[in-house]
Design a protein around this ligand. Sequence first.
Ligand code: C5P
Length: 236
Amino acid sequence: MCSYIDRTSCVAVLIVAIDGPAGSGKSSTARRVADVLGYYYMDSGMMYRGVALALLRQPGIREEQEVRKYLAAVPLEVTFDGDVLCLHLDGEDIRPRLRDPAVSAKASAVARLQAVRAALVGMQRTLGVRYGNAPGLVVEGRDMGTVVFPEAPVKIFMTASLDVRARRRHNELVSQGYVSDLADVLASIAARDRQDVERRLSPLRKAPDALVLDTDHCSMDAQVAFVVAQVLEQTV
Ligand code: C5P
């Protein structure tokens, strides 16, 4: 198996990096690929959402300098429980709060800040070294293949049209019990796309060596099979 070598620790790491915009299907695909391969799964968006929730609870913090200071001491814990990524804020399991629309909007805003990205990229690489060594780690986000794990042996860039992505996210919110309006979801995803693509730091981009997976007309089974095939191809 071709492996990613973390230069700082010289530990061989098996990383599958999946990037793409909101609603492109990367979370469900990444989770299933990890299941099939017996790898760990790291959703980096959860971490940005965790920081966003923490900051929403600190409305007095406005300047990036204050954010940096807060992050140095924030009681936010990111751990694996078995193979499930868990986030605790001051001891509270915050996973049920992370899909709130207010948290989604705030996550894209805080993801532009250098202080936030530096803290989370460091945390992601540490998890990559610790959990990606064996059996492997599927990582998913906006900058996994371009910035966090540029030497990952398998990189996938997932896309889908805005309409399809908005409908998927709307259905997901409804199934989770949120009151959702499709037009609002579409506008919010379009705004997040803009922020993610246009920001100065780690903008959403396809890595030059990533394979594009357009999921507009693709079943979940086919998406998973495509990614798993890329990983298996590395083993021969
Ligand atoms: O993937 P998800 O929608 O949960 O991510 C929430 C937000 O966090 C995104 O809109 C994006 O702005 C940010 N993010 C990021 N880099 C990542 C993962 C997420 O900037 N690697």
